[in-house]
Design a protein around this ligand. Sequence first.
Ligand SMILES: Nc1nc2c(c(=O)[nH]1)N[C@H]1C(S)=C(S)[C@@H](COP(=O)(O)OP(=O)(O)OC[C@H]3O[C@@H](n4cnc5c(=O)[nH]c(N)nc54)[C@H](O)[C@@H]3O)O[C@H]1N2
Ligand SMILES: Nc1nc2c(c(=O)[nH]1)N[C@H]1C(S)=C(S)[C@@H](COP(=O)(O)OP(=O)(O)OC[C@H]3O[C@@H](n4cnc5c(=O)[nH]c(N)nc54)[C@H](O)[C@@H]3O)O[C@H]1N2
Ligand SMILES: [Mo]
Length: 773
Amino acid sequence: MAKKAPREGVDETRLKVTPPKTHAVGIPAILSAMEMSLEQMGVVRTARTLLRVNQKQGFDCMGCAWPEGNHRHAAEFCENGAKAVAEEATLRRVGPEFFAEHSVASLLQRDDYWLGQQGRLTEPMVLEEGASHYTPISWDAALDLVAEALRDLPSPDDAVFYTSGRTSNEAAFLYQLLVRGVGTNNLPDCSNMCHESSGSALTETIGIGKGSVRLEDVHDASLILVAGQNPGTNHPRMLSALEKAKRNGAIIVAVNPLPEAGLIRFENPQTPRGLLLGGTVLADDFLQVRLGGDQALFQGLGKYLLEVEEHGRPVLDYTFIRNHTAGFDQYAEHLRALSWQTIVEATGLPLSQIRATGERLASSPATVVCWAMGLTQHKHSVPTIRDVVNVLLMQGNIGKPGAGVCPVRGHSNVQGDRTMGIFERMPEPFHAALDAEFGFVSPRKHGYDTVAAIEAMHAGRVRFFLGMGGNFVRATPDTEVTEEALRRTEMTVQVSTKLNRSHLITGRRALILPTLGRTERDVQAAGEQRVTVEDSMSSVHASRGRLAPASDSLLSEVAIVARIARRLFTGDHPLPNAPVADWAALEGDYARVREHIARVVPGFGDFEKRIQKGGSFLLPNGARDGRSFPTATGKANFTANELWYSRIPKGRLLLQTLRSHDQYNTTIYGKDDRYRGIRNGRRVVLVNPDDLVELGFADGDLVDLISEFDGAERRAPAFRIVAYPTTRRNAAAYYPETNVLVPLNSFADVSRTPTSKSVVIRLESAKEPAVRV
Ligand SMILES: Nc1nc2c(c(=O)[nH]1)N[C@H]1C(S)=C(S)[C@@H](COP(=O)(O)OP(=O)(O)OC[C@H]3O[C@@H](n4cnc5c(=O)[nH]c(N)nc54)[C@H](O)[C@@H]3O)O[C@H]1N2
Ligand SMILES: Nc1nc2c(c(=O)[nH]1)N[C@H]1C(S)=C(S)[C@@H](COP(=O)(O)OP(=O)(O)OC[C@H]3O[C@@H](n4cnc5c(=O)[nH]c(N)nc54)[C@H](O)[C@@H]3O)O[C@H]1N2
Ligand SMILES: [Mo]
């Protein structure tokens, strides 16, 4: 039942399918996590590690960005959090002997799962031009190479600096300073592929690109809509908050093309009740919407509220609308002109169900809407999220207890990284404060986001790429194009904890710089260090690892950045316009970094004091704290958004690319997806049984997936069909295997997030038999 973590690959020809589960967590989850933890870490390390997850003096779990709350359970346990920890705290090692044994070419034959299972990186490694193998290199020599490459750039904009969302505030702050000191804003990050659409829509409408709720608001809400999110797998601790809300009387409505287990029933491992009695039924209603039908749904909900109001039953909060918002009349006009028939067609939902949900809203005094990738990765994601905001604004559901917008972030510090300046177009006040603090002039020209960075690399306009964490080549769309893009650079550098494919698809020269993970002790000149992170609800707290580092040769991310900066900005030949900082002191004592942050980033006054003894603090949020909305109009903005939805051509399906229960983004823990009943394989495509009949295929058939966009075809070979209760004409398959199908030039309007949840595909009988990797 529970899965192991073998070193070898999995033979996917032995794939098994059983009916999907109707509930989440419970005993199987604990067993699964414990088994993987014991395999990877052994008994003592498992106990020591899992007891420290999300405790006030412990480390922040890397599993997700869901907040911890003030009252912590003895083991703030979550299966997938435990797996994320085991993946990092593993006792397996990838050292120089490993690289001597395996050529890059042979490693390229392995899949993401196998690569990740080999263990932690231990030494800096270099891949010289034309070499077949990585070889060891000293830290000094490696960092000299990086500095030389950056000094030699014809223009600072010829370098790209990626960030993934595990990087701490301290490392991220120094990193963006380094990059801006080099002279560019080319700071693409994982957020570009993730919640960028949320940030774009929320900044325009409520004046801050973050959520407006605290954890207590979720507990106290009367109605919670969970749209485009699979918390049972990706934010398991959120289920506890939903359960609590439920006990307080909340109604929960799930909006999803898939009947996801966690939303249907939840067995809370923290309470005996959850383990013994079969758990809580979480979702009162399940709206099985079409992919990309959410904009229509929210416009429909707005239309319902408006109609009720206009029939004489007061459901809108006109005091709020008058005092705090702009644009209501145009929005109402737009809703009146919209036909119910269009809404029904676009959502695929019965009118009665939309109206019943409208009625739930009408009678709710406080509503929260939560969402994740199901809303952010479509062409019309930004207008979709604006329409979520519209509905909440109608009833004054922003900036009052138990109500608000709740974009649920993914990576544990992705929100903090953005607060620290990891963004290709930070607002002017940030630049001004940075310049004043460090006595230089940071560049104002906007940099590349992820899509632009790949395009520029592909066009041969980028010489240097550095990845601060993450797995750029697997996380990004259009795998073949992206791989070619990276190969066209002069040098690729990856600061990483674990081996992944981004170490294998390289520029002419490549470096692996192994770094400390969150679970590990970080000792510097001034002693043991803490770092800080910001969760999905803008709460900042410290994180401190306790385990012995995976190897004596690891440097922290802070140290790596500081040492590159010293080489570039100090000594006999500093780069012109260098930021002025005592880099050695910053490396030696992260409290010194926090002093700078406190002076540059609003809301971090008294930073050091506020994170003492496990303390946390909320960053200011005008929308949440005082219904003040720093937008262009000075008010919260209603927006009238043209309704858009996918028209799927005949004989085609719309594919969403999503996560299984056994992965963390591009890190594959195993090849099972327990809740969806899939074992022993990932190359599956979930299709509605009626569509299979129509298309002339059957469960178990092996097919190629072919995406069609702008006249170009992309093929992902050999996927096994699984008949699955997804919405008609909507298919699902796992990322990253299907990234090859996501076109680079298909991205969301405004936010430019790749449309990973809406790829038009057709199925063809497989040309080749199943691949064994
Ligand atoms: N264990 C684990 N935890 C994780 C991660 C992980 O990979 N593994 N990743 C982390 C990261 S970076 C992120 S961003 C989050 C991701 O968290 P999620 O967003 O939950 O992740 P996905 O698997 O992409 O799931 C998308 C969900 O939206 C639904 N969906 C897809 N399209 C639509 C649509 O058009 N409308 C609606 N209403 N629903 C739709 C899908 O059926 C699915 O349930 O999780 C974070 N936490
Ligand atoms: N098709 C499709 N594509 C997607 C998505 C999708 O739903 N569909 N989702 C998108 C989303 S939401 C996201 S967030 C991105 C994720 O994109 P990334 O953040 O780039 O990918 P991860 O898989 O999280 O990165 C894993 C790697 O990070 C490194 N790592 C782990 N911990 C640390 C650390 O503490 N420090 C450092 N330096 N390195 C570390 C390890 O080497 C590991 O191999 O993918 C996006 N791509
Ligand atoms: Mo994400």
